[in-house]
Design a protein around this ligand. Structure first.
Ligand code: ZN
Length: 334
């Protein structure tokens, strides 16, 4: 009986913690500029009870008790609680007001401020890890000859151990060094009833300078990917993966945050791309770039089993944090 009373108190407590209500930004005033819908950061701050500060004129800080954001004028790069997040369109100053698109407020700010509002319909048992490339497709290759396909398979197998130990059902799209088509990866994830799909890759750049960690989720319909120029209009096609756009943001954030925590590389942020595995993902999906093989120091790190283990721990932590958020959201849902 006592247990039942405690669980009722717990549930009521959660309802207070996660009141079911319309998105705070739903009531924020919209300004249309050159055909695009914008909201002011001052109104966004007010909607979430955050304080807006602009100490140096170029950067805008929104600060609350638990959460903080930074935005930069004419830049797509923002940050949430210290993790870099790329917006679909630059923050801009218009008639003395700092503005972001209504789309970024809805599909990036709101899901990170209130993940529970979007995750209650999601599952939290089955994760599909997708080691990139394989077989004749070696992926990136460093100067020392380290191959992406081998490192990412090792990382996926290590992450599987941690996730299975935590009680989750884990599938790998490949367990050996063999080629699989990109289409086949998403088809497998669908067949296995994936609740989260995480593709694991290593990066490469034309020169040796770039280094660090990136997480990609699918670009919103009609917006340019992170690597596109600011003026690019972006594709109008809506892919299967676009159904999960709020959950994708949440999953991507947890993955990037875990990478930074466990691997400790440069934060290149939560980014947007229309990679085929993300377009076709049958569930929330993210693609990780866990370091640059074109950077000699990072290539060398990949030879160290301890470093690969750190990446694997990051993969499992990101997934576990996401699944925990889903679990919480389901308990709080009416
Ligand atoms: Zn790759």
């Amino acid at each position: 009986m006592l247990r039942r009373i405690f669980s009722v108190i717990f549930l009521v407590g959660l309802l207070f913690a996660f009141p079911c209500q319309a998105a705070p930004i739903a009531n924020v005033r919209v300004t249309t500029i050159a055909g695009m819908r914008f909201v002011s950061l001052k109104d966004v701050a007010a909607a979430y009870g955050l304080t807006l500060r602009v100490p140096f004129g170029k950067k805008v800080y929104l600060q609350g008790k638990w959460n903080s954001w930074t935005f930069e004028v004419d830049s797509r790069q923002a940050s949430f609680n210290g993790t870099a997040i790329w917006l679909h369109a630059p923050m801009m100053k218009y008639r003395g007001k700092w503005m972001i698109t209504q789309n970024d407020a809805k599909s990036i700010v709101d899901p990170l401020m209130r993940p529970y509002a979007y995750l209650s319909g999601r599952g939290y048992r089955v994760v599909v890890l997708d080691p990139g490339h394989g077989g004749t497709d070696t992926g990136a290759r460093g100067r020392r000859g380290v191959e992406e396909k081998r490192v990412v398979l090792d990382v996926a197998m290590r992450a599987r151990v941690h996730l299975a130990n935590a009680g989750f059902k884990v599938y790998l799209t490949r367990e050996t060094d063999r080629f699989i088509e990109l289409d086949e990866r998403a088809i497998k994830a669908a067949r296995w009833g994936a609740d989260a799909f995480v593709s694991i890759h290593l990066n490469s750049a034309p020169n040796s300078a770039p280094k660090g960690l990136e997480t990609y989720v699918l670009t919103d319909v009609g917006y340019p990917s992170t690597s596109s120029s600011a003026r690019s209009r972006g594709e109008k096609t809506s892919y299967a993966g676009n159904r999960f756009e709020h959950s994708n943001t949440a999953l991507g954030y947890y993955m990037q945050k875990a990478l930074l925590e466990k691997v400790k590389g440069e934060d290149r942020g939560l980014r947007r791309a229309r990679f085929l595995v993300l377009r076709n993902a049958p569930c929330p999906g993210a693609l990780l770039e866990c370091g640059f093989l074109s950077n000699p120091a990072e290539e060398k790190l990949m030879l160290d089993a301890k470093h690969r283990e750190a990446i694997a721990l990051a993969v499992s932590k990101g997934v576990i944090d996401y699944f925990n958020a889903v679990k919480k959201a389901r308990v709080a849902a009416p």
